[in-house]
Design a protein around this ligand. Structure first.
Ligand code: XUL
Ligand code: CO
Length: 436
């Protein structure tokens, strides 16, 4: 196997036995009218790939991600250089970061801000040189101990202020770096026990915080999209942004629904007891389909393992939802995923991205086949045919009422509902994936 340094660029070479090639991802290949790279808009997650070094609850790093530097700022510059070199190798056009991923933490907010601004300038130069784009950035308002009880939902107003200051700096950076979006993942916005929590007040504060972010976005003319990323639990027992439906309910209650889309994460969906496609569909039917954090969990472990996605059934069903929603506009597929702790070489970073990108490229190709085949879609259309004429059409048009429906019901004999044919439809799905 080649070493990390020996891999200049990962290219599409379906027949090659070189593991450092794409077998399904052909960035320029046009499917359904646009190149695969525009359908997929892959992004690198800075925190896992550039920051994460294998630490878990029971043990320390299994990789060195300091890249030979010792001075704090030099370490972060070396990380950034590595990040852009990696994106070049993998043909990744986008990246995503938290403020704390790109710059060292100072002792005070003021000191941290200085480092952050220096590194934003550094990234701006690298973006230009390597022709890369920022899909979204966000604030890490959850790791530091002052955020132990939340950020916008902290009982301490000074914590609320620091959280707001960090988001302000992040929005300034988003504008400077031309970010396509800005993400609000709840972090520790939630609670463990109502014995110490005023839930209603905390939610009001979260809405106040988000409204101020919207106001600031307008003030500086940042035109990227705002996303909320649902997650049901971890780190708190009850995260306020539980799932897509809970987020929409919150946004509507506080009249913020026109300002935010959703960033749906696969592993967060499964933690909420939903399928990935359920969450994507919920976002889409509420006009809130925005972006995706692509990964997969392990149902036997049941926590947020953030694994690179390799399950092609899931990537196919995901891309089917993306295509049905009209595709990405500002959003994309960010790999909020990390190589396993035992996959601790730089070669593994390449191999894990190749695995994820190929799984999604194959998923896209399969989703296109499902759409072009049309049998499943036709089945669903046919299933609701009774709403396109007679009493059904009147229900949809709003031209009937309970009295008229009562009269109609009295004329009916035994009503037969047609079979849902789940197994047959699953067979079609398999046939499309694997042939007859
Ligand atoms: C945490 C998570 C975050 C967000 C960004 O579970 O997914 O990394 O994507 O803060
Ligand atoms: Co995420």
């Amino acid at each position: 196997m080649k070493t990390y340094r020996e891999v200049a660029r990962v290219v599409y070479a379906p027949q090659s036995s070189d593991p450092f090639t794409f077998k399904h991802y052909d960035p320029e290949a046009v499917v359904l009218g646009k190149p695969m790279k525009e359908h997929l808009r892959f992004a690198m997650s800075y925190w896992h790939t550039i920051g994460g070094a294998g630490t878990d609850m029971f043990g320390g790093d299994t990789m060195d991600k300091k890249f030979g530097a010792t001075d704090p700022l030099a370490i972060y510059k070396a990380k950034a250089d590595f990040a852009f070199g990696l994106m070049d190798k993998l043909q990744l056009e986008y990246y995503c970061f938290h403020d704390a991923d790109i710059a060292p933490e100072g002792k005070t907010f003021r000191e941290s801000l200085g480092y952050f601004e220096t590194m934003v300038d550094y990234l701006a130069a690298l973006q230009k040189k390597h022709r890369k784009k920022l899909l979204w950035n966000t604030a890490n308002n959850f790791s530091d101990k002052k955020f132990m009880a939340g950020a916008a939902t902290s009982p301490n107003a000074d914590v609320f202020a620091i959280a707001a200051a960090k988001v302000k700096a992040g929005l300034d950076a988003a504008k400077r770096l031309g970010a396509a979006g800005y993400v609000f993942w709840g972090g520790r916005e939630g609670y463990d026990t109502l014995l110490n929590t005023d839930m209603g007040f905390e939610l009001d504060n979260l809405a106040r915080f988000l409204q101020m972010a919207v106001d600031y976005k307008r003030k500086i003319g940042f035109t990227g999209l705002f996303y909320i990323e649902p997650k049901p639990k971890e780190p708190t027992k009850h995260q306020y942004d539980f799932d897509a439906a809970t987020c929409m309910n919150f946004l509507r209650k506080y009249h913020l629904e026109t300002e935010f889309k959703l960033n749906i994460e696969a592993n967060h969906a499964t933690l909420a007891g939903h399928t990935f496609q359920h969450e994507l569909r919920t976002a889409a039917i509420n006009g809130a389909f925005g972006s995706i954090d692509a990964n997969q969990g392990d149902l036997f472990l049941g926590w947020d393992t953030d694994q690179f996605p390799t399950n092609v059934y899931d990537t196919t069903l995901c891309m089917l939802e993306v295509l049905k929603a009209g595709g990405f506009t500002s959003g994309g597929l960010n790999f909020d995923a990390k190589a396993r702790r035992q996959s601790n070489t730089f070669e593994d970073i390449l191999l894990s991205y190749i695995a994820g990108m190929d799984a999604f490229a194959l998923g896209l190709r399969m989703a296109v086949r499902l759409i072009e085949d049309g049998r499943i879609e036709d089945f669903v259309r046919h299933r609701y045919a009774s709403y396109r004429s007679g009493i059904g059409a009147q229900i949809v048009a709003g031209t009937t009422d309970f009295d008229a429906l009562f009269k109609h019901a009295l004329t009916l004999q035994d009503v037969e509902v047609e079979s849902g044919r789940q197994e047959y439809l699953e067979t079609i799905f398999n046939e499309i994936m694997f042939g007859k």
